[in-house]
Design a protein around this ligand. Structure first.
Ligand SMILES: Cc1ncc(COP(=O)(O)O)c(C=O)c1O
Length: 387
């Protein structure tokens, strides 16, 4: 997989010195935290962008039929989702959509259930709107995470809890929820009339023959389901891709559309449209190569930690790995400081994802085999000094 050596010249957040200093102190020489890739983007996307920029008009654009056709094909083939154009709502970002859903479908102090360790922005979106963050913590059994359905059911039954946000595949712990697990989630939501938001941004990064199932597969059983998705992670387009919500139920769809219109968040970005259409049509081979490299990187990590006290939660999806340091360090502060200072590798601290992540770190492995090998060797060496 080609690594993009020009990345260093770009103003990427992951390399911004002030941010690195603020979060990690000044010891960082390898940045493996924020979730974007270091691979050169797919050739068809590059070419399509060059062609579009050369054709210099940037008047107001709409999404032509060719875009929808390409998108429909991708979702059918890759994600087993039958897209219906009328059910799609485009939004600048998934965070925007989730914020709107929380505002429109809960009142002050009402509860939104999440399943930590999970993408921390869910919690921020909930608490910054004076809603109650309700944790249905995942359970770790033999190095694999599971949903605590009993706890979920108890929390779902409480009248003040109105929404459940799931993440599939789950960032940061890498589970791809099975059809059986999703069926149970939908059953509980239906029984308790919870709005189910399924964040499926990592849907295309499925590893080791696991199978992705979208929550949309259950829409006939229960229609209060919103799927939030995008290809920003899939194709490393985080700073140009927008997102979409798939909302079969009309009143929910209208509610989001009205708010997006109210704040004029509905403009089309020509470069996003062009990049995504090219990706849907010509991104398959590139993505297969990315997945192969990510799987190789998981194997590299497995091997490197074999004789250490670090444990790996093997990811089923996403290009992150979740590393368990509880057998190495006494507490979060020691773990974070020691690893950061001694290895020089910037990783996401597990407690950013909730207190259950306190003794974990998340490592971004969407990069070369060589870089992953070097980073994990340094991390293992740092932990050896601790033992
Ligand atoms: C689960 C999840 N949802 C959403 C996002 C961000 O998506 P957006 O930029 O469209 O808000 C991320 C980014 O890391 C993510 O991991």
């Amino acid at each position: 997989m080609e690594i993009d050596f020009k990345l260093k010249e770009l103003p990427l957040v992951k390399n911004k010195l002030e941010t690195l200093d603020f979060l990690f102190g000044n010891a960082i020489t390898m940045s493996m935290w924020i979730a974007d890739m270091e691979f050169e983007i797919a050739q068809p996307i590059q070419q399509a962008l060059i062609d579009r920029v050369s054709n210099s008009g940037f008047g107001y654009e709409y999404k032509p039929d060719s875009f929808f056709e390409a998108q429909k094909e991708w979702y059918k083939e890759k994600n087993r989702i039958q897209l219906n154009k009328n059910q799609i709502v485009y939004s600048p970002s998934i965070k925007t959509t989730i914020a709107i859903l929380i505002e429109n479908f809960t009142g002050e102090n009402e509860g939104v259930i999440v399943q930590p360790p999970v993408y921390m922005e869910f919690g921020d979106a909930i608490e910054s709107r004076n809603r109650s963050l309700v944790n249905n913590a995942l359970e770790l059994v033999d190095n694999r995470y599971y949903i605590n359905f009993k706890d979920l059911e108890e929390k779902a039954k409480l009248a003040q809890n109105k929404v459940l946000i799931i993440c599939n595949p789950q960032n940061p712990i890498g589970r791809v929820w099975t059809k059986g697990e999703l069926k149970e989630i939908v059953r509980i939501c239906k029984q308790n009339n919870l709005l189910l938001i399924s964040d499926e941004i990592h849907k295309d990064v499925i590893l080791f023959d696991h199978q992705f199932t979208s929550a949309l597969q259950f829409i006939k059983d229960y229609n209060r389901i919103v799927v939030c998705t995008s290809e920003s992670k899939t194709f490393n387009l985080c700073s140009i891709a927008d997102s979409m919500a798939i909302i079969p139920e009309q009143t929910i769809r209208n509610s989001i559309t009205d708010t997006l219109k109210k704040y004029n968040l509905v403009a089309n970005n020509a470069l996003t449209r062009v990049a995504l259409e090219a990706a849907y049509k010509g991104g398959h081979i590139w993505l297969a190569e990315v997945l192969k490299t990510v799987e190789e990187n998981v194997e590299i990590i497995k091997k490197a930690i074999e004789n250490s006290k670090i444990e790996l939660i093997v990811p089923e999806g996403t290009y992150q790995v979740w590393l368990n340091f509880e057998k190495v360090y006494k507490n979060t502060e020691e773990m974070f400081n020691e690893i950061t200072k001694k290895s020089g590798v910037a990783l996401n601290a597990g407690h950013w994802y909730g207190s259950k992540g306190a003794m974990f770190m998340r490592m971004n492995i969407a990069t070369s085999n060589e870089k992953v090998a070097k980073a994990i060797t340094r991390i293992v060496e740092a932990t050896e000094e601790a033992s």
